[in-house]
Structures are given as structure tokens and as C-alpha cells.
Design a protein around this ligand. Structure first.
Ligand SMILES: [Zn+2]
Ligand SMILES: [Zn+2]
Length: 1015
């Protein structure tokens, strides 16, 4: 292949340019056939996903981008893990949507309706439109990096799928599960078609009015007052219903009222189902042809059902003097006429749910119409059982309840649509109106043998064909290798908004025709909203276009952002700054890799394990941290916790590998000891290689580019592409290495935090610092690393209690406590004691709050009984930790109180100018300064505290806190350096890239996701 391979070894451009990298690698993967699943390969386990087919009219929006990202993450991860992966693409013909677009187009350019063109010509135009624009959405998926098997791309109206649709219709008809009947259905007067219940959007709380009027009794002996929100429907009334036990109407049931406009007479009936005697007058007008409840009353009482509103929304001849009027105009007319007759009994404001057409927003009209239906109950039962038995599992679990609730109350499904674009109903009628249902056009009527047959003009609901997607796309009804190998599919990943349209119907059809569930797992992703949590819409102007983002920030940045924000059960709040922040992450990775590549001279990859080559405590520590990151990422992916997977990889690469290890390794890399140098090179290579593999499913492009360069630089025999390289395997974590080196990082971090909190500039040395309460392994390492600590934290006079004893309590000192160490810094002379006291109080309050919450939870027996044991255990451990920190803080407060008596300690802070380390200018390009060595006059700080634009945590001057109970200190003690908030690169307060944050500014408690991540 082309330029990707001829790229010179170990040379990377200074800045990462996604525009140059992304299309090149997509082509490479495609040309190599890596996306193609092998239906004959039985050696590898199968993993399959069918992409919910986007509308052929569609243009990629964020919902598609999220779907594609999450599915691609799963598919790439599984492929790297040795699975034979089928990810099947395609598009949906999208009946109404597509027809509307083409109709509008023709109306605009030719001023013609589809009826002017005629059915054949109109369909020709739609196909032409499809040929022209139908591939657009596929190309957009390619720009995102979606590793779809394009050789298997399908379209719901291609020949194979059309055949499957006919086969299903005919078989269901033969089994009595498809029938044609005159029923009341939802009708859109604009689209002029029937709709299924699911295609109705209910506008809740629409403000209407409840209007009352009187029906005179036919014998003139009185009147009955009824009320309605749709006065025009009174023209179709054929009864008044009352409750059989309502005393008020005891003598009226069975008598007649007279229609004041139409002069028809109709009965007063008793109906206990329809009528609630406590509502209004207790009498209800009955319009069987235009109301779902009334339709049932009409059937129960054998009432006439005149349709007074036509398919076009105009009143029919049955509406008498109002025939031909628009339904809403008729509404006003009816009120006027009734008013003139003196029968108006007033109106009150009334809120009601209003059904609107999902496509065009027109207010729907219930209408009696002859349509095709699927008898749903016999299909729903097995689909309910499959979920009950766990053959299909929902993630998050609670969606199973929604599914069950809907399935248990499901109505027959109206599947015919009065459209032209779609699968024409395979039924033919003879002149006598007998229907013949067949796979191919029949020659004669099966009832009477008549030869002149006419095919049903209606088409099938788009979702009828989508429901077959998991098996129709694999060649059903033929028994293909694909079906054998890849059905049932592994995962259905989609938005929870189409759980009924799509998931439920696929379950029913899959179980019925394939005798097995269509998917093992249904993962329902959250909705993408704007940064304030509002729905994105063109009118609000808050839409983020994924294609713009891909162009500007790269597909990798968009994908990583979406993965990082996909937490179960929470909507995604997307801000552009977040994407910029993760774009900076790609840069950070790029720079870390550049640094590594510049320092790998003379190193050649070998079969020897990096653990064997590691020479220093830092080497062993980063390998342990890497192992933990691998395990946690794998755990997260297996549990569909995309946000945790993203966060783990991000934290490891940014804060452990780039910020710490690369800096720690410089000594060995630049030093004279060949063993240490080779050890650092091996460890660095291994960490980078493994990180790239871990990150690849989420950020495929930049990882492939870097991995290829790394592979060539060290001459490694890793295969041709990262895309098909093995995903890192779980491994044992060297916890001793974490415990022994973690406190070194913790101590340095804690000392930096003290400076940050207390405004102590770096040039002012910290004196008489004590490190105590060390574990046995840590004591040795901390002592070995003494010089490093002194240098990196600018300490004069460090005392390490190697025997594990605590530091000596002294008035006027700050103490940082981690579970594996304790640091004490005398503050006298450099710190504002009053501020320190205030900070402690605030911190105490925060701990009390956190602790209170956890204790309350633990005191709740049902939580303890129901939550997984590990969750309860974790909460207990956390409560214990908080209590310990509270105890330490109390001690510290006592000490400070003592210090207040000490005049020396009351000296104001030792300077307000920021520490020099904090003022290293951030690279305007967003380049992470990891590879930069310390400049002249600057201390050789291992971890630049400034993050590149959009990637630093926000300044927190108000959140000063003693290091005593810092998450960073705690975390460092566990071998984890202070971590920044993964969830807020691009802190809003600081978008421009200049920070006023002090070094080591107080960080907030960890985001929830991090708190629950560890097992
Ligand atoms: Zn409509
Ligand atoms: Zn016939």
C-alpha cells in the first residue's frame, strides 16, 4: 500500500493532522478486506450485529453517529479479540419519509403532484432519487471509521428483501395471522394514509376546550347534555350513552334523542364500560366512526357508523349541510349553529392529549377504514417468554419492563399504508372483491376463478420489512451459511426510542420465522442532547452536525467523546468543548508517541517480556498500572460501560503514561546505564503498543497511524494492521509494584498540592518535610527515590520515617494522608492560617455530607439486600476511609488551633505570584508538553500541571483544600497518581487555553463513574 507504508521510520510529523490520516487508513482497511466476515469460517467464534438501517433519505445525525460509534467499538474490540465479526450495513426505504421528500421535490421543480405523474412514473422518480442520494449515508458512516461489511450492504427494497417480505406476508396470512378488516385506525389527512399506533406522536396537555351542548329528547320531554372536545364529530353521533346505574337517567335509557342539525333520531343506551358517571353530566355522545372507544360501543350496541370526515379532512355527504367543509371549519360552524338553536351549554378549558402524525405533525383523525392487520397476540407471547427466560437480555436492565409492559398490552398492528413507495401488498382482487394472497401474481381468483385481477394498491408499513432485518439480510428464506453462522446476532444496539418499532417487532418476527431470538443482548443507548440537556433541534439552533465535527476535529475525537459520554441510564449532554478536549487527547497521545519514537534509537523489539527487562521501580509500577488498565477496560466493555472503558484508557494514557512515566523514564533513557535504558525502552514500547490496542476500538485512526510507525521503528513482528492485531489480554496486576511506587507519586503530588493550595511558589523550598506511616514496600522505594522527591518538589530537609512510624504532630503544619503514606509540611511563615482553618471546616462539611449519604444507604436494609455484594462492600470501605479522613482532619484542626497561639504561624502567605511551573505557556496548538524537557531555570517537573487547551481541569481557587484528604493523595497511595477529571476536558470556564489555575489546584471529588469503576 501507498504512503502509509512508505512513511519513514520513527518519524512523525510534529502535529497530528486527522485530515491526512483518517481517509488513508479507512482505504487501507477496506482494501485489505478486514471488514468482511467469513461465513465459512467455523474456527473462530462468531460475533454479529446488524446496523439498524438508517433511512435512505437520511443524512448522518448524532444519533446515527452514536449508534455507529458504539457498534464499531464492539465490533473492533471483538475482531481484535479473535472473533469472526459480521457487522451488516444497509438502508431502509423509509416509506412515508422518502415519498414525502420526492413529492416535495417534484412539487417544487415541476409544480406537479404524484397523482399528476401517476404511480409508475412517480416510482421511477423515487428510484432515481435513491440511486442518486442513497449511498450518501453509507459514505458518511465510512468517514466515521465504521468497520461495516460493505460487501453485504442491503436495502429493504432490494430483490432479496422484497422476496422475504412477500414470503412473510403470505405465510402469516396462511396461518391466519394476517387479515384484512374494516377497523378504526389513525389516519393522517395530510399523508393520506393509515398509521400504526406507534406512528402517532401524542402532544400531552394540549389546551383545548370541553364544549357542552344539549340533545333534545325526541318526544320533546327534555334534553340530555353531553360534552366534546371535537364538536364537528357530533355530526356522526349515533347514540348517547349513560351509565346503567345512574339514577339521573333511569327513565331515559331506550328513549330517543333528535339530532338538531341532521334531524336523525338515535337512542340513549346504557354502557358501563364507556361511561364514567362521575364525569361531567354522566352522559356521553357516541361517534363510532371517529373515536376508538366509541367504535367499541358501536360494536357492542350494533349502532350505525357513518363516517362524517373524509380521508382529505373534509366533511363528507353524511355531514349534511356541512358537507365539503374542512373539519376545523366545521367545528366552528357546528358551534355557531347549535348556539343559534339555543342548545349551547357553555365551554370550559380542557387539557387533552392530541395525536399527531409522526412525519408531518398533522392532527390525526380516527377513521373507519379497510386495512391489513397482523394479529399480534400469538406473536407477542413467545417474545415475552424469551425475555422472561433470559434468552434475550436488556442492558440497561430496566428496559425489559418497558418492553414487557408494551408487549402485554399490544393491539393488532395495522400494516397497510396508502402510499406508493414501499412493498406493495401481495394481494389481488377479482371484480367480485375476493382477495387472493400469493407470493407471485396469480392468474385467477382463488375463490371464483375470475381472471381479471388487480393488485392491492397499498404498500406495507416500513417497519414490517425492518422487523425482518436480522434474518432477511442474511438471505432468508434460503438456509444460508450466513444465517447458520451469524443468527441469532450477538447484540442489538439502538436508541431506546425505537424499542417498540424495531426491537419488539424483530423479536416477534425472529422468533416466529427463525424459531430463535434475533439477538442475545439488546443494548439501548441514551439520547444525545445539547450541553444543557435540551433536545437538539433546528429551531433551537443547538444542533451539532457530526459531519462538521468529523471534518474539524476528526472522527476519532467525535467517537471518543460519544463513547466517553455514554453512561447507562443517563442522557448524553454534548458540548463542543468536550470534543475539543478529546481532540487534545489525540494530540497528547501523538506527542507521547513522538517522544517515545525519538528515544527508541537502537532498540529492537524482541520476544523478551518487558517485565523481565524492567529495571526500576517506575518501570514495574507503570507495567502494573497498564495491567490494571487492560483489565478494567475489558471489564467495562464486557458490561457495555462505554464511559468507563473510555475513562480508563484516557486516564492511563494521559496521566500515568504521558504525565508520569515518560518523565520518570527520562533519567534512564538519557542515562549511561545500558540495562536501565533498554528496560525503559522496552517498557515504553510495550506500554505504547498496548495502549494503542486498548484505544483502537474507540479511536481507530490515530492509533493505527502511531502503531504502524512504532511497529516499524522497533522492527516488531506484530502483523499488518492494528485493526486485526490481538486485543490485550487480561493479566495479573503486580500489586506490590503499585504499593511500593505509588506513594512516591503520591508524595510528590501531595507536596505540589500543598503549594497549590497555599500559594507557595516553587522557588520557595519546603522545609523540614516529613514522610511517615509508610508500608514496608513503600518505605524502601520512597527512600530510594528520595533524591527525585527532593528535586521534583523542591524540598530542603526531608525526613523519611523508614520504620513506618507516623509523622510527628506539630502545630502549624499541613498533613496529607494517603492509605500508604502521610506527609507533613510545616506551614509556619508561608501560609495564611485563617484560610487554612476555613478550608478544613469546609472539607469537614463535605466529608460529613458524603459519609452521611453512604451511611444512610448502608442503613437501608433493602439496599444491602438487593445491591451486589461487591457494591455494598465498596460502600463500606469508602465509609471507613471517610471516617479515617475525618479523624485526621480533626487532629489537624486541633493542631492549627494550637498554632493560632503561635505568632510565627500567623504570618501571611509567602507570596501570591504563581509558581513558575504553572506558568509554562500552554501550547496554542493544543500540543501536550509531555515531551518537553524542563527549560533553563525551571525545576524539572515531571508532570506539567497545565493541560493543553480544552483539556485541563478548571481552576478552582475557591475550592482550596489541604492535601490531607485529597483524592489525589489517596489515589496516589493506591499507586494511582492524581487523576484529572476525565469527564471535563474543555472546562467551560477556560476555553481559551490560558489558565489561572494554581498548580495542584484542588480537584473535586471523583466523578461517579470513577467511583464505581473499581471492582
Ligand atoms: Zn402525516
Ligand atoms: Zn373472485
Amino acid at each position: 500500500m501507498s504512503d502509509a507504508e512508505t512513511h519513514s521510520t520513527a518519524e512523525l510529523p510534529k502535529a497530528y493532522d486527522h485530515r491526512q490520516v483518517e481517509p488513508r487508513w479507512y482505504r487501507f482497511w477496506l482494501e485489505r478486506g478486514y471488514f468482511h466476515a467469513d461465513e465459512n469460517d467455523r474456527a473462530r467464534p462468531a460475533f454479529s450485529i446488524v446496523l439498524p438501517p438508517p433511512n435512505v433519505t437520511g443524512s448522518l445525525h448524532l444519533g446515527h453517529a452514536l449508534t455507529a460509534t458504539l457498534q464499531d467499538v464492539l465490533c473492533r474490540w471483538k475482531r481484535m479479540s479473535g472473533y469472526n465479526v459480521l457487522w451488516l450495513p444497509g438502508t431502509d426505504h423509509a416509506g412515508i419519509a422518502t415519498q414525502m421528500i420526492v413529492e416535495k421535490e417534484i412539487q417544487k421543480t415541476e409544480k406537479k403532484s404524484r397523482h399528476d405523474l401517476g404511480r409508475a412514473e412517480f416510482l421511477r422518480r423515487v428510484w432515481a432519487w435513491k440511486e442518486k442520494y442513497g449511498s450518501r449515508i453509507g459514505e458518511q458512516h465510512q468517514a466515521l471509521g465504521a468497520s461495516l461489511d460493505w460487501q453485504r450492504e442491503r436495502f429493504t427494497m432490494d430483490e432479496g428483501l422484497s422476496r422475504a417480505v412477500r414470503e412473510v406476508f403470505v405465510r402469516l396470512h396462511e396461518e391466519g395471522l394476517v387479515y384484512r378488516a374494516e377497523r378504526l385506525i389513525n389516519w393522517c389527512t395530510r399523508c393520506r394514509t393509515a398509521l400504526s399506533d406507534l406512528e402517532v406522536t401524542y402532544e400531552e396537555g394540549h389546551r383545548g376546550e370541553l364544549w357542552s351542548f344539549a340533545y333534545p329528547l325526541a318526544d320533546g320531554s327534555g334534553e340530555i347534555v353531553v360534552a366534546t372536545t371535537r364538536p364537528e364529530t357530533m355530526l356522526g353521533d349515533t347514540a348517547v350513552a349513560v351509565h346503567p346505574e345512574d339514577e339521573r337517567y333511569r327513565g331515559v335509557v331506550g328513549r330517543k334523542v333528535r339530532h338538531p342539525i341532521l334531524q336523525r333520531e338515535f337512542p340513549v343506551v346504557a354502557d358501563a364500560v364507556l361511561v364514567d358517571p362521575t364525569f361531567g353530566t354522566g352522559a356521553v355522545k357516541v361517534t363510532p366512526a371517529h373515536d376508538f372507544n366509541d367504535f367499541e360501543v358501536g360494536r357492542r350496541h350494533g349502532l350505525p357508523m357513518p363516517s362524517v370526515i373524509g380521508p382529505d379532512g373534509r366533511m363528507t355527504a353524511a355531514a349534511g349541510p356541512l358537507a365539503g367543509k374542512d373539519r376545523f371549519e366545521a367545528r366552528r360552524e357546528v358551534k355557531r349553529i347549535i348556539g343559534e338553536m339555543g342548545l349551547d351549554r357553555g365551554a370550559t378549558p380542557h387539557q387533552l392529549p392530541l395525536g399527531r402524525c409522526q412525519r408531518c405533525d398533522t392532527i390525526l383523525e380516527p377513521m373507519i377504514s379497510k386495512q391489513w392487520f397482523v394479529k399480534i397476540e400469538p406473536l407477542a407471547r413467545p417474545a415475552i417468554e424469551a425475555v422472561e427466560q433470559g434468552r434475550t437480555r436488556f442492558v440497561p436492565e430496566q428496559w425489559a419492563n418497558n418492553y414487557m409492559g408494551w408487549m402485554r398490552n399490544i393491539h393488532d398492528w395495522c400494516i397497510s399504508r396508502q402510499l406508493w413507495w414501499g412493498h406493495q401488498v401481495p394481494a389481488w382482487y377479482c371484480p367480485d372483491g375476493h382477495a387472493t394472497v400469493a407470493r407471485e401474481a396469480p392468474r385467477a381468483c382463488e375463490s371464483c376463478g375470475a381472471g381479471e385481477l388487480r393488485q392491492d394498491e397499498d404498500v406495507l408499513d416500513t417497519w414490517f420489512s425492518s422487523a425482518l432485518w436480522p434474518f432477511s439480510t442474511m438471505g432468508w428464506p434460503e438456509p444460508t451459511h450466513e444465517l447458520d453462522r451469524f443468527y441469532p446476532t450477538s447484540v442489538m444496539e439502538t436508541g431506546h426510542d425505537i424499542i417498540f418499532f424495531w426491537v419488539a417487532r424483530m423479536m416477534m418476527m425472529g422468533l416466529h420465522f427463525m424459531k430463535d431470538v434475533p439477538f442475545r443482548v439488546v443494548y439501548l443507548h441514551p439520547m444525545v442532547r445539547d450541553e444543557k440537556g435540551q433536545k437538539m433541534s433546528k429551531t433551537k439552533g443547538n444542533v451539532i452536525d457530526p459531519l462538521d465535527i468529523t471534518e474539524q476535529q476528526g472522527a476519532d475525537a467525535l467517537r471518543f467523546t460519544l463513547a466517553a459520554l455514554t453512561a447507562q441510564g443517563r442522557d448524553i449532554k454534548l458540548a463542543k468543548e468536550r470534543i475539543e478536549g478529546y481532540r487534545a487527547f489525540a494530540n497528547k497521545l501523538w506527542n507521547a508517541a513522538r517522544f517515545a519514537l525519538m528515544n527508541l534509537g537502537g532498540f529492537a523489539s524482541s520476544a523478551e517480556a518487558p517485565e523481565r527487562l524492567a529495571r526500576t521501580a517506575a518501570d514495574r509500577w507503570i507495567l502494573a498500572r497498564l495491567a490494571r488498565a487492560v483489565n478494567e477496560t475489558t471489564d467495562a466493555l464486557e458490561a457495555y460501560r462505554f464511559n468507563d472503558a473510555a475513562s480508563t484508557v484516557y486516564q492511563f494514557i494521559w496521566h500515568e503514561l504521558a504525565d508520569w512515566y515518560i518523565e520518570l523514564a527520562k533519567e534512564a533513557l538519557y542515562g549511561e546505564d545500558p540495562g536501565r535504558k533498554r528496560g525503559a525502552q522496552a517498557v515504553l514500547t510495550h506500554c505504547l503498543d498496548t495502549s494503542l490496542r486498548l484505544l483502537h476500538p474507540m479511536m481507530p485512526f490515530v492509533t493505527e497511524e502511531l502503531w504502524q510507525t512504532l511497529r516499524r521503528a522497533v522492527g516488531a513482528d506484530w502483523g499488518d494492521s492494528l485493526m486485526v492485531a490481538p486485543f490485550p489480554r487480561r493479566r495479573a496486576v503486580d500489586e506490590a509494584a503499585e504499593r511500593s511506587f505509588g506513594p512516591v507519586i503520591g508524595v510528590i503530588d501531595a507536596l505540589r498540592n500543598v503549594r497549590g493550595e497555599m500559594n507557595i511558589p516553587f522557588k520557595t523550598p519546603l522545609r523540614a518535610v516529613e514522610i511517615g506511616s509508610l508500608g514496608a514496600e513503600a518505605a524502601e522505594t520512597v527512600a530510594q527515590e528520595e533524591a527525585r522527591i527532593v528535586r521534583l518538589a523542591n524540598v530542603e530537609g526531608l525526613r523519611i520515617h523508614r520504620d513506618g512510624s507516623p509523622t510527628r504532630a506539630r502545630p502549624g503544619s499541613a498533613v496529607a494522608v494517603g492509605s500508604g503514606f502521610e506527609v507533613r509540611v510545616p506551614l509556619a511563615g508561608v501560609v495564611d492560617m485563617a484560610a487554612e482553618r476555613a478550608r478544613i471546616e469546609k472539607e469537614m462539611a463535605r466529608i460529613e455530607g458524603d459519609l452521611g449519604g453512604i451511611e444512610k444507604k448502608l442503613a437501608n436494609p433493602s439496599f444491602v439486600a438487593k445491591a451486589p455484594a461487591e457494591v455494598v462492600e465498596k460502600d463500606r470501605a469508602r465509609a471507613e476511609e471517610l471516617r479515617e479522613r475525618r479523624r485526621k482532619l480533626e487532629e489537624h484542626r486541633t493542631l492549627l488551633a494550637a498554632a493560632a497561639e503561635d505568632p510565627v504561624a500567623a504570618v501571611p502567605p509567602g507570596g501570591t505570584e504563581p509558581a513558575p511551573a504553572a506558568e509554562a505557556p500552554p501550547a496554542a496548538t493544543g500540543e501536550a508538553p509531555v515531551a518537553a524537557s524542563a527549560g533553563a531555570g525551571q525545576p524539572p517537573l515531571p508532570f506539567p500541571r497545565r493541560k493543553p487547551a480544552g483539556a485541563r481541569r478548571r481552576p478552582a481557587p475557591k475550592r482550596k483544600a489541604a492535601p490531607a484528604r485529597k483524592a489525589g493523595a489517596r489515589r496516589a497511595a493506591a499507586g494511582r497518581p492524581a487523576r484529572k477529571k476525565a469527564r471535563s476536558p474543555g472546562g467551560k470556564r477556560n476555553p481559551g487555553g490560558t489558565s489561572t489555575r494554581k498548580p495542584g489546584g484542588r480537584r473535586r471529588k471523583r466523578p461517579a463513574a470513577r467511583r464505581t469503576r473499581r471492582r
